[in-house]
Write a protein that binds this ligand. Structure first.
Ligand code: SF4
Ligand code: SF4
Ligand code: FES
Length: 253
């Protein structure tokens, strides 16, 4: 039964291999009270497979490094308690599917860093010096939620736009980075117009608001409802508002 206490031996299935190929391998590993999947992976590494590659850092759900798929669901290994599984159940740990495998549970997530680099950074008005920034809490209330992101890339991994379509990676930045664009677009001191950029350069139109990204976010950020949908509305206002349309026609240079 799930929630069992005491020590037992778990059936663990782990993907082993590298960029040339690999497969699932079965292990039996001891589990103690209160342990998480990362503890079991570490015990496996310490006792049976010293060459097992796994990325982790804080073991506290804050660094975003230990992302993997556990029984097919994108999760943080350090935040997934073994007590959520039945002791007789086989727990399968595989690398993130959307990014290329380097070795075992470690994937190359550089796609995300490339997208991050492409987004123009916070741009305050030119005549405003550091120290002169003034904002009300209510001005930043909405975008503050997005700052909780730990860059685990679980949302990027689960989004079907890129998960099953490698060919979309160039055109689509993914939920984490559309959230970043929304954060800057909602920022009261950012002077760049991020709407056309979101749509034309980062492929916001590919998102069909399935909310899978929101479901896997370990920080419980409402990515779809609070960032992606509002951003789509901002883009639509821009494109289809008759006054904006007329203004663009009259004043286009
Ligand atoms: S809501 Fe959009 S960004 Fe999030 S998983 Fe679905 S398609 Fe991807
Ligand atoms: S938005 Fe959530 S799921 Fe996506 S990278 Fe940030 S913390 Fe991870
Ligand atoms: S090890 Fe840092 S989030 Fe899991």
């Amino acid at each position: 039964m799930a929630g069992a206490t005491g020590t037992y031996n778990a059936n663990l299935r782990v993907w082993r291999g590298d960029d040339t190929g690999g497969g699932l391998q079965d292990y039996t590993v001891e589990v103690n009270d209160g342990e998480v999947v990362l503890d079991i992976i570490h015990r496996l590494q310490a006792t049976q497979t010293p060459d097992l590659a796994v990325r982790w850092n804080c073991k506290a759900g804050k660094c975003g490094s230990c992302s993997a798929e556990i029984n097919g669901r994108p999760r943080l290994m350090c935040m997934t308690r073994m007590s959520t599984f039945d002791p007789s159940e086989t727990v399968t740990v595989t690398p993130l599917r959307t990014f290329p495998v380097m070795r075992d549970l470690v994937t190359d997530v550089s796609f995300n860093y490339e997208k991050a680099r492409q987004i123009p950074s916070f741009t305050p008005p030119k005549d405003l010096q550091p120290g002169e920034y003034r904002m009300q809490q209510q001005d930043v209330e909405r975008s503050q939620e997005f700052r909780k992101c730990i860059e685990c890339f679980l949302c990027q991994n689960v989004c079907h736009v890129v998960r099953d379509h490698e060919e979309n990676k160039e055109a689509f930045a993914g939920p984490r980075f559309h959230m970043r664009i929304a954060e800057l677009d909602m920022h009261p001191l950012d002077v760049l117009d991020r709407k056309d950029m979101a749509q034309d350069e980062f492929g916001l139109g590919y998102c069909n608001i399935t909310k899978c990204c929101t479901e896997v976010c370990p920080e419980n950020i409402k990515i779809t409802d609070n960032a992606l949908i509002p951003m789509k509305e901002r883009v639509a206002d821009r494109k289809y508002d008759p006054i904006v349309w007329l203004g663009n026609k009259l004043f286009r240079r």
